[in-house]
Design a protein around this ligand. Structure first.
Ligand code: ADP
Ligand code: ZN
Length: 526
């Protein structure tokens, strides 16, 4: 059978999707390959089709037992013999599976990375022909990736032990440039064919709001989408319980999912959602990996997630069938604090040596910062995300809350100057709140203790409301006139760009929603 026949015969599809053919052809030609494609775009087919057309066994390395089970189940359903080898098998099941595999029963075998270097498994591999190794969720190999798994580093050692180097392919949905390079380096891919099908999901409407009453805003949104399925992501289990409970009390069909529930309840709730018994899934980020449900019409983030990788993966579960879908992020200042606490208390990091730990925490703070700026930017949201992932497009998408807001451009140079000046004269030692309080003229013990009431900029912007000051501060951070240190103190520092503002060489314009444009009054009243 050729690849089109395999596609039709086993999978029942008429044509390949974007990127699939290039990767399949490359693998079939014996060339390494790397596919960077969003969730749901059909990465598995890229190694499954060649596996069925090549002699020998294809090993698929996958990090999650549930993912392996799902994939093996659907392959078996399609009449393809496949098996998985992981810790969910008893030792007698494991031995049996290996025995079948030795007889050449399975063209495709899913294996957990932890198994690779075990004696039994190596012995097996040395006595059969392993023609291909496909690494699923390949970003797990990178320390810079969001779910680094040390066991992924064993893959190369394993491959080096094989008598003949197999064709290696790697697949991931999330890859910034660093991670991409890491995958190629660490897995030692040889001149791989790289396909990146792009991150843009033009059918998703992206929006950010920071409402006073999140629950009311969320409820209002849900009411405007009767009969539609949606996911509401919360940062904590407690929040999941609260939101889900309240929705149910008010007559919505909501269910919940988080790591604190029993396996049985999680399975039931997940099924209820998948089979439309519960329309609304309220969950932590524990929910979603490996879920194939195409008619999720909205994804609400009740809290800002820890980084854009998570955010985009989570909104990626919206409208996978290509129909219009809506994504709403409800930002609140507390979200930043909660995420910061998560970074500091991350159990995974506690085990690291102090130097690595500091590095990892800094990286996470940097990511959190980029996520936070996403909530503040008045530029195109889609553009912001795509740039973050290294993709550059025109910057007007017409399908995000910023593109659809009538903004006014306001000159905030004077405020910016005061902020930069205040930062400079206080010798770049304080956080954003101290700077803003000083400018606003707060008469607090903290300000007096720091001697900021004697700062030449004290109270020069007393007429500008604090929330406006915060907007300008965010703008200066976003546009890199100021920066914030990545440690727990978050101290405001000047950047190279700041000098030009103080020297009157630069005007700072800022887009503001129309009713907020009154900020310029502050200047005149000063
Ligand atoms: P990923 O691993 O990229 O998240 P999957 O491999 O799980 O995505 O595929 C997502 C869905 O798309 C699956 O239901 C799969 O059967 C389907 N699919 C894959 N390739 C095609 C194709 N060429 N035509 C139609 N559907 C496809
Ligand atoms: Zn836009």
């Amino acid at each position: 059978m050729d690849k089109h026949q395999v596609l039709r015969h086993y999978f029942g599809y008429d044509s390949f999707r974007e990127g699939q053919e290039i990767l399949i052809d490359s693998i079939l030609a014996g060339r390494d390959a790397m596919g960077i494609m969003p969730t749901g775009s059909g990465k598995s087919l890229c190694f499954q089709v060649p596996a069925l057309m090549t002699e020998g066994i294809t090993l698929v390395i996958s990090p999650l037992i549930s993912l392996m089970k799902d994939q093996v189940a659907s392959l078996n359903q399609a009449g393809i013999h496949a098996a998985y080898l992981n810790s969910s098998l008893s030792s007698s099941q494991y031995v049996k599976a290996l025995a079948y595999a030795r007889e050449g029963r399975y063209p495709i075998i899913y294996v957990a990375p932890e198994r690779l270097l075990t004696e039994e498994f190596l012995d097996f591999c040395l006595n059969v022909r392993i023609s291909m190794v496909a690494v699923d969720e390949a970003h797990c190999v990178s320390q810079w990736g969001q779910d680094f798994r040390p066991s992924y580093l064993k893959i190369v050692d394993f491959i080096e032990k094989l008598p003949k180097r197999p064709v290696i392919s790697a697949f991931t949905a999330t890859a910034t440039k660093d991670v991409r390079e890491d995958i190629i380096d660490i897995l030692m891919l040889q001149d791989p064919a790289v396909v990146s099908t792009g991150y843009d999901r033009p059918n998703l409407y992206l929006s950010v709001q920071s409402p006073k009453d999140k629950y009311a805003t969320m409820k209002n949104f849900v009411e405007r989408h009767p009969g539609q399925c949606g996911i509401i992501y919360c940062l904590t289990r407690k929040m999941v319980e609260e939101v889900c409970g309240r929705l149910n009390k008010e007559g919505f069909f909501a269910t919940r999912y988080h790591a604190g529930l029993s396996d049985a309840e999680r399975r039931t709730n997940q099924d209820d959602f998948i089979y439309d018994k519960s329309l609304i899934m309220v969950a932590t980020n524990a929910f979603g990996m490996g879920i194939d449900k195409s008619n999720v019409r909205y994804v609400i983030h009740y809290n800002m997630p820890k980084n854009l990788e998570s955010y985009y993966q989570e909104v990626g579960r919206c409208s996978r069938d290509g129909e219009p879908g809506e994504c709403l992020l409800l930002y609140g200042g507390q979200d930043v604090i909660t995420n910061q606490m998560f970074i500091e208390s991350n159990q995974d990091n506690q085990e690291l040596d102090p130097i690595t730990r500091k590095l990892v925490e800094e990286r996470d703070r940097e990511r959190l910062k980029k996520m936070t700026y996403y909530c503040f930017t008045n530029d195109c949201l889609r553009d912001y995300i795509l740039r973050y992932f290294g993709e550059y497009k025109e910057n007007y998408c017409g399908n995000c809350s910023n593109c659809l807001t009538g903004f006014e451009t306001v000159d905030v140079t004077d405020i910016a100057k005061a902020m930069i000046g205040c930062t400079e004269t206080s010798r770049q030692r304080y956080g954003a709140n101290v700077i803003m309080d000083t400018l606003h003229g707060a008469n607090t013990a903290k300000i007096r203790n720091y001697g900021m009431n004697e700062n030449p900029y004290y109270a020069v912007l007393s007429k500008v409301p604090v929330y406006k000051l915060r907007q300008v501060m965010n703008h200066l951070l976003l546009k890199e006139y100021l920066s914030v240190t990545n440690d727990e103190y978050a101290i405001v520092k000047l950047t190279q760009k700041a000098g030009a503002v103080l020297n009157e060489e630069e005007t700072i314009l800022m887009k503001m929603a129309k009713e907020e444009a009154v900020i310029s009054e502050g200047k005149e009243n000063r």
